[in-house]
Design a protein. Structure first.
Length: 115
């Protein structure tokens, strides 16, 4: 039976590309469209709201850098987005929840006022 040794270039190719995207939202808007959009981006690992200014902090894990750029480009086109910062990251430690369940809960998009 043969074996295969991975060389450093092959190992690097197997690693996912990760990034953190900080999305600054227009406070005058509800951001409902933006939150709905996040449901359609499977590469989002976590989405958190920052206490200081209500910005969203998205952790993205993709198979290639171009996908991260495409996600950032799509988010820029959202009307509620004032600005965003993309930072590529390298995972050094990752711990799954003890029970295997996601931490936190999904927040539903706010409903528009009825007229």
């Amino acid at each position: 039976m043969g074996s295969h040794w991975l060389v450093p270039e092959e190992i690097a190719a197997l690693r996912p590309v990760t990034a953190v995207i900080r999305v600054v939202q227009d406070r005058a808007r509800t951001g409902a469209d933006l939150l709905r959009t996040l449901d359609y981006i499977p590469e989002i690992v976590t989405a958190e709201v920052l206490d200081e200014d209500g910005s969203l902090l998205l952790r993205i894990q993709a198979t290639e850098p171009a996908r991260i750029e495409a996600i950032a480009s799509g988010l820029c086109r959202q009307s509620a987005v004032v600005s965003l910062d993309v930072t590529r990251t390298t995972v050094v430690l990752s711990k799954p929840p003890a029970n295997g369940e996601p931490v936190g809960e999904k927040i539903a998009a706010p409903r528009p006022p009825s007229t």
